[in-house]
Design a protein around this ligand. Structure first.
Ligand SMILES: [Zn+2]
Length: 101
C-alpha cells in the first residue's frame, strides 16, 4: 500500500476531463469519469492515523517439510496471513519490522 493525496489526483483527472471536447475525448472522458468515481469510493485512512502501524510477521505454523508445505506467517496487527518477505501487510498496511519503504 502506498499513501497518496487522493484529492490532488482527483483534481488532475478532473482538469483533463474538463479540457476534452471533441469526439475522441468523449470516450477518454468516460474513462476519466470512472477513475474519478473510483477514487471517491476508495477506502480512506483515518486522519488520526498519521503513521503506519508497525508490525511483524509471526510464524504461526512451522512446517516439518517446507519443500512441500511452507511455513505460515501472520501479521501481528491484524492476524492476516502474509508473506514474511513483504515490507507491508497487504490487509492493514502495517510496516513490518525490518522492512523499508
Ligand atoms: Zn496486517
Amino acid at each position: 500500500m502506498r499513501l497518496i493525496d487522493a484529492d490532488a489526483l482527483k483534481s488532475k483527472l478532473q482538469a483533463r476531463h474538463d479540457n476534452g471536447n471533441d469526439d475522441f475525448d468523449k470516450g477518454y472522458n468516460i474513462g476519466l469519469g470512472t477513475a474519478i468515481d473510483l477514487i471517491d469510493c476508495a477506502p480512506t485512512i483515518e486522519t488520526e492515523q498519521k503513521e503506519r502501524p508497525q508490525g511483524e510477521w509471526i510464524c504461526t505454523f512451522h512446517s516439518t517439510f517446507p519443500q512441500y508445505e511452507p511455513d505460515e506467517y501472520r501479521c501481528s496487527i491484524c492476524n492476516c496471513v502474509g508473506n514474511k518477505r513483504d515490507k507491508f501487510c497487504n490487509v492493514c498496511g502495517a510496516q513490518m519490522k525490518g522492512g523499508k519503504e
